[in-house]
Design a protein. Structure first.
Length: 124
C-alpha cells in the first residue's frame, strides 16, 4: 500500500472521495497489483519448504514411492515418478496463482496535446 504514490491519495481527496471509496477503488487495486508477485512467491516457497508440508506431504509421497518400489523393485522409476508428481504439484499451483493475478490497469495515453508551448510548424 505504501508503494501507491501520495498523489493518488491527494487526487482522491480533492475529488471528494470518502476514505472507504479511496481505499476500495484506488489504493487496494494498485497495492494488490504491486504485491501480487511477492505474495505468490512466498506462498509457493511456503508450500515447498514448510516443515509441516514436507513432513506430511513429502514423507507420504516418499512412503508411497517406497511401497511401489518394494512391489516391483524399480527404485529409479518409482522415485522419478514421485519427483515428477512433486514438481507437477508446484507447477500447477504456480500456474493457478499466476492465472489469478490481477492485471495492472492500462495507462491511457492522450491522443492529442491540449496545451503546447511549441507552434504546430516548429517540428517541420
Amino acid at each position: 500500500m505504501q508503494a501507491v504514490s501520495a498523489g493518488q491519495r491527494e487526487a482522491a481527496v480533492s475529488q471528494g472521495f470518502s476514505a472507504w471509496t479511496t481505499l476500495r477503488h484506488i489504493l487496494l487495486p494498485q497495492g494488490l497489483a504491486n504485491a501480487w508477485q511477492p505474495i505468490v512467491g512466498q506462498y509457493l516457497n511456503l508450500m515447498k519448504l514448510s516443515s509441516l508440508a514436507s513432513g506430511i506431504g513429502f514423507a507420504e509421497l516418499t512412503y508411497q514411492v517406497r511401497q511401489i518400489e518394494s512391489y516391483n523393485a524399480h527404485a529409479l522409476e518409482a522415485f522419478a515418478v514421485g519427483t515428477a508428481l512433486y514438481l507437477l504439484t508446484g507447477i500447477v499451483l504456480g500456474l493457478l496463482l499466476a492465472r489469478l493475478n490481477p492485471a495492472p490497469a492500462k495507462r491511457v495515453k492522450p491522443k492529442t496535446r491540449i496545451f503546447s508551448l511549441r507552434s504546430p510548424h516548429h517540428d517541420r
